[in-house]
Design a protein around this ligand. Structure first.
Ligand code: PMP
Length: 280
């Protein structure tokens, strides 16, 4: 695999980053993950816009959108993945010592690489999720490389035999450790609002658009975990999982445990948009 590091195209074995990089010491950085189908990036503009928002939120100077578009194109060209995930990481940069405040003006450390992706063309088998208290910070809208909270919650869910946690703050549903949630009730679609408590997923944005085009009413509003007992369908979304049905929440079976009709309809529309991209 060929990776990108600060202007160089090298193998991952040859890549070196300073121990004084603020990403390594403080997780002072942001990242982005972009799905690639048949060598074409999916919803690239939305991913780059989110990367810019995250970078600006932590004080990294604006980088031209074209720089990112060229970087992604070249990364796909230089690697052999037809379907893959592009990973971009941007940290505040390497200092000459460990200091909470930078001791000098720094330039960001920019790293990008690719990995393989299993693309779904049929709706996947429903998974089980576990309801857990969201212990993360109050700026989940920033796609920070500091994922300690997410990872601790993911491990706890795994211990409970669940694929993902379903997080809530004092009863209010937020998201998963690495995905967003959608519920279906009486034919309407519900998802928590894109505020500071969740990462506004690009797949989430796309699913909302697809649902609207299918004339499904979408409500972006706060929901309580108690309401989960009365929903007909639940699914989760992310760039790598696409539209993933949920069949069980803790001990509660959702619907009949199978993929619901609206979830299937949205998943099918999602597959169609991938086919459209590939055939463009
Ligand atoms: N929330 C969190 C916390 C995530 O880490 C992710 C995926 N990285 C998502 C939601 C889903 O975002 P996307 O659809 O852009 O992959």
């Amino acid at each position: 695999d060929i990776i990108y590091l600060n202007g160089d195209w090298i193998t991952s074995e040859d890549a070196k980053v300073s121990v004084f990089d603020r990403g390594f010491l403080f997780a002072d950085g942001v990242y982005e993950v972009i799905p690639v189908y048949q060598r074409r990036p999916f919803l690239l503009e939305l991913h780059i816009q989110r990367l810019q928002r995250s970078a600006e939120a932590i004080g990294i100077t604006f980088i031209e959108a074209n720089y990112w578009y060229q970087l992604v194109d070249e990364l796909i060209d230089r690697n052999n993945y037809d379907n893959g995930l592009v990973y971009i990481q941007l940290t505040f940069g390497a200092d000459s010592q460990r200091s909470h405040l930078p001791t000098q003006p720094l330039s960001p450390t920019i790293y990008a690489s690719m990995s393989s992706l299993h693309v779904h063309w049929d709706t996947p088998i429903p998974v089980k999720v576990a309801v857990l208290e969201d212990i993360r910070w109050q700026r989940c809208d920033i796609k920070s490389i500091s994922l300690l909270g997410n990872i601790m919650l993911k491990r706890e869910a795994a211990k409970l035999g669940a694929f993902e946690p379903l997080l809530h703050r004092h009863g209010r549903i937020t998201e998963g450790a690495s995905c967003n949630y959608f519920m279906v009730k009486n034919g309407h679609l519900y998802t928590p609002p894109a505020d500071h408590l969740i990462l506004a997923g690009i797949t989430r944005t796309w699913v909302i658009q697809l649902a609207k085009s299918l004339a499904i009413e979408v409500h972006e509003e706060p929901m309580n975990v108690n309401e989960l007992q009365h929903v007909d369908e639940v699914f989760l979304t992310s760039s790598s999982r696409e539209v993933q049905p949920v069949g069980q929440i803790d001990d509660i079976i959702v619907g009949n445990g199978q993929c619901g009709a609206i979830t299937a309809q949205i998943a099918e529309a999602f597959h169609a948009s991938k086919r459209h991209l590939i055939q463009e």
